[in-house]
Design a protein around this ligand. Sequence first.
Ligand code: SOE
Length: 379
Amino acid sequence: MSKPLNIGMIGYGFMGRAHSNGYRRVGNFFDLAYHPVLKAVCARDAAKAKDFADRWGYESIETDWRKLVERKDIDAVDICVPNNLHKEISIACANAGKMVLCEKPLSMNVAEGEEMCEAVEKAGVPNMVWYNYRRVPAVTLAKKLIEEGRLGRIFHYRALFLQDWTISTDLPQGGQGLWRLDAAASGSGVTGDLLAHCIDTAIWLNGTIDTVSAMTETFVKERTHNLTGKVEKVGIDDACAFLARFKNGSLATFESTRYARGHKALYTFEINGEKASIKWDLHDLHRLEYFDHRDEGKLRGWRSIHVTDNGGEHPYMDKWWVPGLQIGYEHSFVHQVADFLDGLGKGVPAEPTFRSALETQKVCDAVLASAASGAWVNV
Ligand code: SOE
């Protein structure tokens, strides 16, 4: 019999839905020591909280996050609110002895992240940050291939995350849905929102990033602020590109923008090793491209692995349908919930913990510092 784990969700936007879907579906597909119980959702607007609770099956609502954190019937708090609230809520959760699952990026900056790590570690509460792309089966397979040494020495890492949704100068900044454009709420633009994903995957697959050289640009300098109604300076980076050196000696390029007309969420990475290379593309997320130089000459070429084999060869796929039938974006969250619950059962923390996610934050801070100074910055 699995044990209940009572979840309190703070926030009800896009990520609130993605995580709730993960909690609801996990028990249908995974055998775990714990099963999530959707106890309460918190939003300042009671009608919106009620609507969300009804749709997703939360038992109750709160309109003040402090009340939710203090509730005796909540075991784990899921933080799905803008980045400027992550620190205060996480620390309150730790002090109240609650487990914390925090949406990415961990924090506004490294200093905040350090405080958050100290709080959860001092309290000894399980904690995790939602870097969901690690749990796309093709990405997890890439990790497995690298760990098996199939690529050999790694020379290059190349990552892109391209979108086009903020090109219009009429788009306001701030408030629900658009807080990502407001530096006071988000901390940064594409660096914390999109490159943080690329950096998390890169560190996971290829190890520590030592040093970076970055440039950023804010193409639209002023936007009306939704909360004040005034035209205000835009403080986020609309685009960011950086060069990096990994500790293992490999070189990297990272690029992200919300101004790449035609691209919606084009997250891609390519890794070139001495013996083999791999490529992945979020728009075609169930495929992993693999080139192995050791293949027989006449057959050598890029192969496109459809990562849907449920015979135990492809990560997570034994839990889903039959070979050849795909899963998608939302399943990466189901997998992350499954790994968190599995970790609880086994007493092994699911990655990335706050401490691991702080490494990504350090790279983000170094990237922004380098863009500001024009110099190479050590992470
Ligand atoms: C931004 O548009 C966004 O929703 C990010 O906030 C998510 O983290 C990313 O996965 C998709 O794009």
